[in-house]
Design a protein around this ligand. Structure first.
Ligand code: B1M
Length: 215
């Protein structure tokens, strides 16, 4: 039953049908499905397919745009339930989070924000295309424990290194820890630039943030 729903979710992203993606998200909630499971097994399978087809020239930018819009519509429906299911309510730490300058990919970053906040972190989401200095300024303003930097493009990954340098210039390192992530980001890149945290997905980001807080 849920297999059928996951397939329909995947297809709604491939077709770029935001209304259909949204309706299926409501259906998943009515059936009591885990919202994160719906995202990972349904919708993400769709964006991965579109991304791969785009990568080999079989799909084009408008397809990518529509897939992104459909994915956003579904996540918007599922987010409140993800928040509600967050069980830990004590404040685990403060996280400033954003996607680097020059990069407008927001879906993965927003999922990470939702999962962190559902798990008890106070999250300050700066959005996308965030200038390097803004990460550091916000970290100082809110007395952040962790700065999370997302990058989805090979060309913008270097912005993660720039954020670490900006934090150091403001004298916030090593107290403020840095976590990086995003599709092209690897653990070895994180180590190379001196980021203490890395995760390949939103669930792992929560575990990693807890590790950095020593909880
Ligand atoms: Co873009 N795009 N895109 N795109 N896009 C990719 C990333 C790409 C891999 C597609 C491809 O070629 N196969 C490719 C990048 C290649 C590269 O550099 N390695 C690409 C490209 C080239 C581009 C443009 C340059 C296309 C163009 O204009 N010619 C352009 C760049 C725009 C810019 O940013 N300046 C562009 C634009 C777009 C859209 C705007 C159309 C749209 C985004 C819409 C939006 O976000 N509102 C879009 C989309 C949808 C994608 C794909 C298809 C899907 C991304 C996504 O949402 N994934 C993507 C292909 C792919 O990834 N398969 C692609 C689902 C999401 C849940 O996963 O974002 O990976 P993800 O996040 C995960 C993990 O990475 C991790 O956890 C998340 C949840 O599990 N994670 C973290 C993310 N951040 C983290 C932070 C952490 C920890 C974990 O700690 C802080």
């Amino acid at each position: 039953m849920s297999e059928e729903l996951f397939n329909a979710m995947r297809q709604s992203i491939i077709d770029g049908e935001a209304e259909e993606a949204e309706a299926l998200a409501h259906q998943a909630l009515e059936q009591g499905l885990d919202p994160l499971e719906a995202i990972n097994q349904g919708y993400v399978a769709g964006v991965n397919y579109v991304g791969a087809q785009f990568g080999c020239g079989e799909m084009f930018l408008p397809d990518l745009v529509l897939a992104g819009e459909a994915m956003k519509a579904a996540v918007l429906v599922l987010e409140p339930e993800m928040q509600r299911r967050g069980t830990e309510r004590q404040m685990l730490g403060k996280v400033v989070l954003g996607t680097v300058k020059g990069d407008i990919h927001e879906i993965g970053k927003t999922l990470v924000a939702t999962m962190l906040s559902a798990s008890g972190f106070e999250v300050h989401d700066l959005g996308v295309d965030v200038p390097v200095a803004k990460f550091a300024e916000k970290a100082r303003e809110v007395n952040a424990d962790i700065v999370g930097v997302s990058a989805l493009l090979t060309t913008t990954m270097v912005g993660q290194k720039d954020v670490i340098e900006a934090l150091a210039d403001m004298g916030l390192r090593p107290n403020v820890k840095v976590m990086v992530g995003g599709a092209p980001v690897t653990r070895s890149w994180a180590e190379e630039i001196g980021a203490e945290g890395y995760s390949e997905d939103a669930i792992g980001a929560v575990a990693e943030a807890k590790r950095l807080m020593g909880v």
